[in-house]
Design a protein around this ligand. Sequence first.
Ligand SMILES: NC(=O)c1ccc[n+]([C@@H]2O[C@H](COP(=O)([O-])OP(=O)(O)OC[C@H]3O[C@@H](n4cnc5c(N)ncnc54)[C@H](O)[C@@H]3O)[C@@H](O)[C@H]2O)c1
Length: 303
Amino acid sequence: MANDLEKAISTIGVIGAGQMGSGIAQLAATAGFSVLLHDSDSAALARAEGIISASLRRLASKGHISQAVPDEAMKRLKLASSIQELRTADLVIEAIIESEAIKKKIFIELDKILKPSAILASNTSSISITRLASATSRPSQVIGMHFMNPPPIMKLIEIVRGADTSDEVFAIIKSLSERMGKTVICSQDYPGFIVNRILMPMINEAFYTLYTGVATKEDIDTGMKLGTNHPMGPLELADFIGLDVCLSILRVLHNGLGDDKYSPCPLLVQYVDAGRLGRKRGIGVYSYQKGSNAAALKPRSSL
Ligand SMILES: NC(=O)c1ccc[n+]([C@@H]2O[C@H](COP(=O)([O-])OP(=O)(O)OC[C@H]3O[C@@H](n4cnc5c(N)ncnc54)[C@H](O)[C@@H]3O)[C@@H](O)[C@H]2O)c1
């Protein structure tokens, strides 16, 4: 039954053309789906097209995908300047900023314009799927699809079941994720799900270690890389994820679980206040400006 239903998904809408949304759109187009990519910022949308095209060419030149795939995938990808253009989608994956209020607004709007059978997924790192679902008239068709960064490369999708997500919708999304070549894990809908529930306290502790002068940022990262066999140090990883994203997730953990052990480190808060958001802004814990040593860091994996 799931396979029949999966066949019913031929068009996927993606909202948010930032780091994650552009990667999800690329992955979906590569897997053979028609993709409609929307962002409220037209510059972000244009940038995403260039990034996706370059990424596909790079993957083809390295032999990870066949030479024909980049052109075929780009033909299946349409940029949508208005959210209304997503009305034909069978599934919409939302990947806008990590704000519950803004995500809810988008879900309410999508609920009005999409056909009754369409499924709504959120790539949220931590926000309650149950609360997003309750803003719609179709809570059984709302689910979390937490892709890892960068989506075309990372092997995992964490599927999050809201309180009312149906077994049928879970089966469709699981089978769809596997068609995209991913391994699926399933989390119930509690703050931070599985991966961030465990990862973010570690990143926060790395900030406290830096904040309290225990060690330099380089020694903290080297310690965790060589001492615990992590491919990236926690501070490097935080820069890669985005310090604003890390802070939002910690706040969700702190509020949702009510334990002060999740209270965000003041240094992380200060970096975000200063606009030091990580690699996407050229500066975070490290500087990625031309000529700086840290620019040579090449993170390869993340949440
Ligand atoms: N960065 C990561 O490593 C990572 C990993 C997994 C999940 N996530 C989650 O993915 C989501 C997106 O994160 P990101 O890192 O791609 O952020 P980003 O800042 O790179 O991109 C967000 C995009 O959303 C667009 N946007 C904002 N409000 C919008 C609206 N109302 N309508 C349409 N577009 C809108 C922005 O213009 C921007 O292009 C967040 O929920 C985040 O928690 C991030």
